[in-house]
Design a protein. Sequence first.
Length: 669
Amino acid sequence: MNRDAAREEVRSSWRRILPTFTGKAKLQANGEDSYICPICGHGQNGDGLTYNPDSRDRNGLKCFGCGFAGDIIDLYQNVNGIDYNTALKALSAEIGLSIDEERPQAGFSAQDSKEPTEQQTTRNRPADKRGFSYYKVCNEALSSSVDAIAYINSRGISLETAQAYGIGFDAEWRSPTALEGGKHPPKSRRLIIPTSSKHYFARSIDEPQTKEEAKYQKMNEGEAGLFNEAALYSDDARPVFITEGAFDALSFIEAGGNALALNSTSNTKLLFEALEVKPSKKTLILCLDNDKAGREATQDLRAGLKRINAPFIQAFDFYPAGIKDANEALQKDRDSFINAVNIAMSKAAPRPDSIDSYIDNYMQRDIEAFKAGCNIKTGFDGVDKGCGGLFSGLYVLAAISSLGKTTFAHQIADHLAESGREVIYFSLEQSALELVTKSLARITARNNLSTAVTSLSIRCGNFPQQVQQAHDEYREKVGNRLSIVEGNFNCNAGYIADYVRKYIKDTGTRPVIFVDYLQILQPSLEAAAQAKRDIVDSAVTELKRLSRELNLIVFVICSVNRANYITPIDFESLKESGGIEYTADAVWGLQLQCLSQDKVFDGNNITEKREAVKNAKSENPRKIEFVCLKNRSGKPYFTCPFTYYPAHDYFVDDSTKAAEREFTIYRRV
């Protein structure tokens, strides 16, 4: 079996390999598809090595302890301290595969793949340094040079990939054309990168010491050719990435793709000529350098490929900001680059959005991602029973002022953090001090209502023993899993999205997001000129897109129209938004329990209604009713009674026996 086929077979067999995986540590099963990580030892509590939901091809692994991310081959390398080639061979043997020793000269064009005749080559003296005989010697020499291997590895390319695609090494390279001209250039250590029997690149592996050396860091000999032109005519169905440099092409190959390098932006005509002589059935993916020359060459390619009716797509925004080319992208973030390659290849399929394509490429990934976020508890039994727990999506919580919507959401955030979930709370109105002291006051109330301390007194410096105990408990149970981001005048949906993406990249975890609150979220530059209602709807749409794109739970707190202060909460109550009803996955509301009591609101006396609401809001504690108006993942409508202790920022679910006991104690005090 060839190397590429073996690699894919090994990667797709990770579930079969992991239970018997041996190295410096032995993996032991810890539940379905979850294992103790051999790197950090995590896994006893389900936080170790498991399927990586970010892996597009369902063959990625991730440890939620140490943050390892890669495939089974990367893991074997990491544990045993060996190179990629050795790891691949060992794991292939583990599942009974044998890798062919013959390596295709894939770096050469199809017409040059045969051994040249004597007429096609010059004399075979060392100084000629041309032709397949020379390339073969260099290719074999590559594996003997520690420095050459270190150089290609530093570029993110394995020795096996380099050798398979014809890369060689000459420790005493001199320019043949310079020698033929009677010049005597110094010897230098060079990688030899063939494109045909008549042309190759010679790249120095040593850092230049002078401007003159830098000028000749990369040289080429002979008539220009395309690197890996054979990719256009290979038997597999993969599309072909079109790049500028050979190391860019090798980067795509290393990531599981197929690629061809022009070797220069001026060589676009060589690609057109090759396709005109022998058309290719492959879809081409244009991924030239992210600079002016690359963009101009891309336009030339687009026009020329349209002229000869060659199928292609352009990978827009393929490279992250500040990244020039594929090899730099591979070196900076290998996992993200491989993910981008897989996405680009799926888009190049004849029907990229077909059911077949989805089932083959994404369905299992989406199921695993959904399972990972299933049935997360809010900490309120009545809410969890009605909702069936939390699922990835956009949740909107609405209420009038003074009903504790921030406290309700923040209490859920604390519970999620205590249960092991990472949480980011974007507070656009209240400070971190206010929120943290709310948590401390809540803990004192939860521990003992009769001696509970208010959040205001804690902010004023009152720090008795029960507060110190709450402080220690909060640090121990929540730790660094809850982050509070204080809002500013630049905080809009785009800022939140950027912050969350960076957080995920830096920590390797997917947090639950809270935004408090919707109506003071700043508009994007594009939406700034819109009406307030459209601005709010735009923010809702952006947050919904964020939840779907990153598979996140996103909570948004929403204010209520003043006209609805004395009426039961409904979709018409949601302030300055018509899109929440249709966009959100769940819409929750808090209202005074008296609003659902018909005897209080018989008749049309507005004054009496307002007086009843005022009295109910003045009670301590207050009787609050949770109302679910919409729920895509559970009961579409239900209610749940709560007692709210505003002085201690504490909600108690009245559906539990403990609630009645606490209420009795509080009344007695």
